[in-house]
Design a protein around this ligand. Structure first.
Ligand SMILES: [Zn+2]
Ligand SMILES: [Zn+2]
Length: 762
């Protein structure tokens, strides 16, 4: 007979952990108790030594899917007389330093219940339990108890109360517990706000509208979504036109993995991601004969697929009996609507009908996007199901980092953990900026934090920078400005907890450099708080600056002009009207509105335009993506010459590459081969850069590394040369990861006693 004290830290509250512990103990005939504490879960367990060991092993191996054990410590205690195993009520204020669970996809037990005609929750869209359901989207404040959630307005019926209070029930202390008798319900609204139907009838009419090709706005888990029949090109076109989203791919929701597999290639890892508690949108490869309309993801071999993550979505999908486009309820790149009143205004011209419910959404949380990357799952947009899971971080001062301008996130560091907010979208609209500010307040209140340092980007015009300046001055704390690409590397360093110097290959659209030009094809040697620019792309001018993002042909013109001067216009005459070309050429000649850049994203654009892939883009990165896909299945080992010229920093001279591309275009080589040769050139460049720097650890980050062909080719070469290669996996390689990196650099500067200044360059 032995008695053990077990203390567990990690995500162990609000995920059905205590009932699980209770079950694991009673199954083995053990006695003792389990309790939520300020630091996690505490257990004392007593019984036969073998059984106790089995119990501790089970804690690790069989924990509920959404639980995450970070630390598990045991200590032996003297046995004492005790009978049975109890779930002891929480210590007062037990949730003072919580690890808050994110929203969790519907569990198998709840699905079975909703689908069983005899059950009282049969077809009930808001069914949940301790292992599933809304969390972050309904919590107003801590501790995580029902009165502190948006479920406060729904008084528990006697049946639900019995489940809630029974320690052995799977709904024991399930804060969002609900049933048809006492919980939220559905309503169908017309765009002018008139109530048309409620309950199951509302759902049925919503589905009927989808069948007719209409656009249904759905109040989902973390905000409004827009749904249309994914098999109808006409319905999809209608949604695109109204949402003003021309070609950017839409995500599609399927009822089951089997349905996804009917039209896409789903490997074991993709399947696990689709079925995970986070239930993100998973990028999968389409196969031929797709039942989903082509304009769902035009010219794109990938499809963003997801499974229903609430009973409401599941009921809709089952009744619609076909896959549904499921996209954020907003105009392009604005935050999602969360309230009916707001939706009736903002979605008025987009939606034909609104299917809503009366459970308030406390904060907008969009769907996450993930894929199977080089070494397992990789999160590309971190929101529902992942945020706000804390991540172990440097112990030091509390830091608030405000991120960039696109794919914005906020990071709060407190007590050795970093909390990265959900993806907030772009900050160009007033709604976007308001959401950023709200999220900051929200996180500070939630985690009761008083930041001692604020961090932001170097770019003075980012809305996030302006907010950081204001907050730092209001709070009278230092402001740390962190160079964009330094932050990209630092995010990956923080994620993998790397020590000492790393070489960061950071390739992206652009971020402001310390010399005032737009960087984006960088090799930085990063050692904590400092970095050195080891190499970069040879600079060129972008006529019209930001406008070039939507017009890859401008990047092509900038490159050709840099290499050949005035004769450039003649060479690219086919891409422009005469008038446009002479204006742009004039801008380049006089250096007007033509910022200098080393952007890899723009080099991709330029090559895509020259190869005839695309002259104009509907969204940033579209041309680069299509260039990547153009090389699908092509096994051309030729690499364009892209020499790394000695210097400090070294210069990757793209001019020989440009000449070779022009030569291939001239002789009629297609985009497939040009793309393959371009990717090969970049892989060789990465290898040459790594060999020159001679640092054993290499980080690959920045938006360009969303390109799997590129990431794969570089990874392969560097590993073969003996380098250790790291990529962002839990946090996005794009600008969604910036806030984490900024927080890391700011914390390291404090730790190393460096003043609030930009790190040395050159
Ligand atoms: Zn459940
Ligand atoms: Zn009830």
């Amino acid at each position: 007979m032995i008695r053990l004290a077990v203390s567990i830290q990690g995500v162990v509250q609000g995920v059905g952990f205590r009932p699980f512990v209770h079950g694991a103990a009673t199954k083995r005939g053990l006695c003792g108790w389990v309790q939520n504490g300020t630091e996690g879960v505490r257990i004392e367990v007593q019984g036969d030594a073998e059984a106790v060991r089995g119990f501790v092993q089970a804690l690790r191996d069989e924990a509920p899917p959404a639980a995450r054990i970070e630390h598990l410590v045991t200590a032996e205690l003297p046995p004492r007389p005790e009978v049975g195993f109890a779930i002891v009520t929480s210590q007062n204020g037990a949730a003072a330093r919580p690890t808050l669970p994110p929203d969790l996809s519907t569990c198998g037990d709840c699905i079975a219940e909703v689908e069983s005609p005899g059950e009282r929750r049969h077809r009930y869209p808001f069914t949940n339990c301790t292992q599933c359901g809304p969390r972050y989207t309904l919590i107003e404040r801590l501790p995580y108890d029902r009165p502190n959630t948006s479920m406060v307005r729904f008084a528990l019926c006697p049946m639900c109360r019995r489940e809630y209070e029974n320690p052995t029930d799977r709904r024991f202390h399930a804060q969002p517990i609900a049933c048809p008798a006492c919980g939220p319900s559905l309503r169908l609204l017309s765009p002018d706000g008139a109530a048309l139907a409620s309950g199951d009838e509302a759902l049925g009419l919503g589905v009927a509208a989808l069948h007719e090709g209409r656009v249904l706005a759905l109040k989902g888990l973390g905000g409004f979504q827009l749904l249309v029949d994914a098999t109808s090109a006409k319905a999809v076109a209608r949604l695109r036109e109204r949402k003003r989203r021309e070609e950017k791919p839409f995500a599609v929701m399927f009822l089951s993995v089997a349905d996804v597999r009917d039209i896409c290639i789903v490997g074991a890892e993709e399947e696990a991601l689709l079925l995970s508690a986070a239930a993100p949108i998973v990028l999968v490869r389409r196969c031929a004969g797709s039942a989903v309309a082509e304009n769902v993801a035009p010219k794109n071999p990938l499809l963003g697929a997801m499974l229903p993550y609430t009973p409401l979505h599941r009921l809709l999908l089952a009744q619609a009996n076909r896959p549904l486009v499921c996209t954020s309820g907003n105009l392009s790149e604005e935050p999602m609507c969360t309230e009916e009143d707001e939706a009736l205004v903002r979605l008025r011209d987009i939606a034909d009908l609104l299917l809503v419910h009366d459970r308030p959404i406390v904060r907008p949380v969009d769907d996450s996007v993930a894929r199977v990357g080089l070494r397992g799952p990789q999160v590309l947009r971190r929101a529902r199901g992942y945020a706000p899971l804390p991540y172990p971080f440097l112990v030091g001062p509390s830091v608030l980092a405000l991120g960039g301008q696109l794919k914005s996130t906020v990071t709060l560091v407190k007590d050795g953990h970093a909390v990265v907010s959900q993806h907030l979208g772009d900050l160009f609209s007033p709604e976007g900026v308001m959401l950023l500010e709200r999220t900051v307040k929200d996180l500070l209140t939630f985690f009761d934090a008083k930041p001692e340092v604020v961090a932001c980007d170097l770019h003075p015009e980012y809305a996030s920078t302006r907010l950081a300046e204001r907050l730092a001055s209001e709070w009278r704390v230092p402001l740390e400005r962190v160079q964009h690409h330094h932050a990209h590397v630092a995010a990956c360093v923080a994620e993998h907890r790397l020590q000492g110097p790393v070489l960061g290959l950071v390739w992206d659209g652009s971020g402001l450099g310390t010399d005032g030009t737009l960087w984006g094809g960088e090799a930085l040697v990063v050692d904590g708080a400092v970095f050195e620019r080891a190499a970069h792309l040879r600079p060129f001018s972008l006529p019209g600056g930001e406008r070039a993002i939507r017009e890859p042909r401008r990047a092509a013109l900038g490159l050709v002009f840099e290499a050949f001067g005035a004769s450039a216009a003649k060479m690219l005459a086919a891409m422009f009207t005469d008038a446009d070309l002479s204006v742009l050429q004039g801008m380049l000649e006089r250096g007007l509105q033509s910022p200098r850049t080393t952007s890899m994203g723009r080099l991709f654009d330029g090559v895509a335009a020259l190869a005839g892939v695309r002259q104009r883009a509907g969204f940033e990165g579209q041309a680069a993506m299509e260039l990547e896909f153009a090389a699908d299945g092509v096994d051309d080992r030729t690499a364009y010459p892209l020499p790394l010229r000695d210097g400090s920093p070294a210069l990757a001279d793209w001019e020989p590459l440009l000449r070779a591309v022009l030569f291939d275009v001239e002789r009629g080589l297609g985009p497939a081969a040009i793309s393959a040769r371009f990717h090969n050139a970049l892989a060789e460049l990465a290898e040459a850069t790594a060999l020159r720097a001679g640092i054993p650890r290499v980080v690959l980050s920045g938006g360009c590394f969303q390109n799997l062909r590129l990431a794969h080719a570089i990874h392969h070469r560097l590993v073969a040369r003996g380098f250790e290669v790291y990529l962002p996996e839990l946090f996005p390689p794009n600008d969604g990861g910036l806030s984490l990196g900024q927080a890391y650099v700011a914390a390291m500067r404090r730790k190393e006693g460096r003043c609030a200044s930009v790190s040395p360059v050159k």
